[in-house]
Design a protein around this ligand. Structure first.
Ligand code: HEC
Length: 309
């Protein structure tokens, strides 16, 4: 418990530092991720992402578990507390399940691409409060480089992920379904899923909207905590899309996103079904896609915005 409290304090201090730095000289581009990326890599990291190395299982139940884990992996709410408020998720460090060579977070990172998250879980230095950053591993990389067993019969991966959420990040207890989903997703990340060498690809709006839709499709058949987290995953994805439309003239896109978010909030609060969403989302999605080329999804506009800040 002591270790957990110390860890929570260390993370709070790191976030405080980050925001203090933000006030002085960090880039003020409206994209949150920019706050934890090495300045020299900003353009590259905000315009491209590594390919995901996912091997989808054949069995339908297993497929659903992987899909739930995939959404949870990208949901800041999973980690709880300060990390959630800042918008950090598993995918912040493991971009698309890979690593993040540009990750730079005061108090958690040493050189770019490193973080201290597992000292109490993986090392023998249990209880020390020394910052001990390690390179962020590519979860879809060569199994020879990974340390936690992936065998479904071995509970190590589930324990590891549970420890990350509940102890390292001091997050709320995840539902068993979410935990099983995260382990299934991590197991499905394998080099043979990368497709032709696993080169990186542009960050596109269509893909982000697809992620929000996938989380919602899963939420329809889910209950309790799992449903709540899936709805939160969809909402935070729309929030990240909104950041890329924070440009003069993009008010109608942001209004559409705000209205979509209000529909999701009403579903989460229990009063509403999916009727309003189903009726109104297709037109909102068309509008956003039509305006993508006027948003910060476009490398040219992103570069210009970075130069201005
Ligand atoms: C702040 C950055 C950060 C976040 C957020 C983060 N990780 Fe990691 N992760 C790391 C680092 C660094 C390591 C390597 C730790 C070590 O070597 O001691 C790691 C290791 C792992 C491993 C072990 C890989 C192996 O060697 O087998 C798994 C699995 C993993 N993370 C999954 C997750 C999941 C799931 C989440 C979200 C609940 C998450 N990570 C969130 C940075 C992060």
């Amino acid at each position: 418990m002591d270790r957990r409290r110390a860890r929570a304090r260390a993370i709070s201090a790191a976030f405080a530092l980050l925001f203090a730095a933000g006030a002085a000289d960090a880039p003020r581009i409206p994209i949150r991720e920019a706050r934890w990326l090495a300045p020299a890599s900003l353009f590259e990291s905000l315009s491209r992402e590594p390919a995901e190395c996912l091997v989808a299982p054949r069995d339908p139940a297993e497929r659903r578990a992987v899909a739930i884990g995939r959404a949870a992996f990208r949901a800041p709410l999973l980690l709880g507390g300060q990390a959630a408020r800042t918008g950090m998720s598993c995918a912040t460090c493991h971009r698309n399940g890979r690593g993040n060579p540009a990750f730079l977070f005061p108090g958690l990172s040493g050189p770019p691409g490193t973080a201290d998250v597992t000292s109490s879980l993986m090392s023998s230095h249990r209880g020390d409060h020394v910052v001990n950053p390690k390179p962020i591993p590519d979860l879809g990389g060569s199994p020879a480089l990974l340390r936690v067993a992936r065998d479904p019969a071995d509970p190590a991966l589930g324990h590891f992920i549970h420890g990350l959420i509940a102890e390292e990040f001091d997050g709320p207890e995840p539902s068993p379904e979410i935990l099983a989903g995260l382990a299934a997703y991590v197991r499905a990340l394998r080099p043979e899923g990368c497709g032709g060498g696993g080169t990186d690809r542009p960050i596109r709006l269509g893909e982000r909207l697809g992620e929000a839709e996938a989380a919602l499709a899963l939420a329809r058949d889910a209950r309790g905590e799992t449903r709540r987290l899936l709805l939160a995953a969809a909402r935070s994805t729309l929030g990240a899309v909104d950041e890329r439309f924070r440009l003069p003239g993009r008010e109608r896109d942001r209004d559409a996103l705000r209205a979509a978010d209000a529909d999701l909030r009403a579903i989460r609060d229990g009063g509403a079904g999916f009727e309003a969403w189903d009726r109104l989302w297709p037109a909102r999605k068309r509008l956003l896609l039509a305006d993508e080329n006027r948003s910060l999804f476009v490398p040219r506009l992103l570069r210009r915005a970075l130069a201005q800040h």
